[in-house]
Write a protein that binds this ligand. Structure first.
Ligand SMILES: Cc1cc2nc3c(=O)[nH]c(=O)nc-3n(C[C@H](O)[C@H](O)[C@H](O)COP(=O)(O)OP(=O)(O)OC[C@H]3O[C@@H](n4cnc5c(N)ncnc54)[C@H](O)[C@@H]3O)c2cc1C
Length: 261
């Protein structure tokens, strides 16, 4: 089974991000970057399928130099090799041009199954995986919580409003991972050491037959006009006094100040 996993590097949710005035993306100064959590479920599922059915797992990411760290972490979890679309031309794109870059690279690779996260936790587009399927002309099932593979088909369970849906699709297909699909493993020390020797191939637009104006910012269909931090939350208010008095004060504040009752 030849499995490809899309991996995006994102800021760690624990890390404080800043947007400098006039900038259209977060400042990366002092920011810790990690593998997008939904992609960890995708990597874990790929490794379990490989352990059950044999084959190999290839990770692919479009991103700046530092994105190689996220790929190395995936290799340390147990993936076999990685492809890094690493060129300024690939940067600053939107979901469309990111998917174009990934699909062009994948067209040059062998695959029976493509796994990715349902969303990236920084831009939350929920789009790239599905767009890659569209560009490759293969089916997709999104937001999958359980996956079974049998005889060239995948049976995917996904959450829908008020219940779950079971979808059968021929392979190859793209499956986007939801929380609950599995419990991702941690990379072992042995895995981290082995990852250093595993192949990680950097590619430029020409290597994947992409014209620079098809990918990255040049190929984007949407443009970020402004990016600003959310307003600081006002400090909470402590209401002193006996419970009965305090309750009366709270009702008064909710009615007269917050105007919510
Ligand atoms: C400097 C800068 C400028 C930007 N400018 C714009 C802009 O002008 N307009 C705009 O819309 N966005 C812009 N972005 C956002 C950015 O490019 C988004 O990553 C892109 O739009 C994809 O959307 P998403 O990350 O929300 O992915 P989703 O669609 O939420 O991702 C779903 C899944 O697709 C896969 N995936 C997503 N991105 C990658 C990747 N790079 N490599 C491998 N797999 C991936 C992952 O498996 C992920 O779980 C900018 C980002 C930066 C850093």
């Amino acid at each position: 089974m030849k499995i490809i996993v899309l991996v995006k590097q994102v800021p760690d949710t624990e890390t404080k991000v800043q947007v400098k005035p006039g900038e259209k993306a977060i400042s990366t100064d002092g920011v810790t970057f990690v593998i997008n959590p939904y992609d960890e479920y995708a990597i874990e599922e790929a490794l379990r399928i490989k352990e059950a059915k044999g084959g190999d797992v290839t990770l692919i990411s479009a991103g700046w130099d530092k994105a190689a760290e996220a790929l190395r972490t995936g290799l340390a979890m147990g993936a076999d090799k990685a492809v890094h679309l690493n060129d300024p031309a690939f940067l600053g794109g939107d979901a469309h041009s990111t998917a174009v870059a990934l699909a062009k690279a994948i067209k040059k690779m062998e695959y029976d199954l493509i796994l990715c996260g349902k969303q990236a936790i920084d831009y939350d587009n929920h789009q790239v995986g599905v767009r890659v399927a569209e560009l490759l002309g293969i089916p997709h099932v999104a937001v999958v919580t359980k996956l079974e593979l049998q005889d060239g088909k995948a049976v995917a369970h996904r959450e829908v409003e008020g219940g779950s849906e079971i979808v059968e699709t021929p392979l190859p297909a793209v499956i986007t991972a939801q929380k609950g699909l599995n419990e991702p493993r941690y990379a072992s020390l042995k895995g981290i050491m082995q990852a250093k020797k595993k192949p990680l191939e950097a590619k430029k637009p020409a290597d994947v037959d992409a014209a620079p104006n098809e990918v990255g910012q040049a190929g984007a269909k949407t443009t970020v006009l402004t990016m600003t931090m959310p307003p600081e939350r006002a400090a909470g208010r402590v209401v002193e006094g006996e419970p009965e008095d305090a309750a009366k004060q709270v009702v008064k504040l909710l009615r007269e100040e917050a105007k919510v009752i």
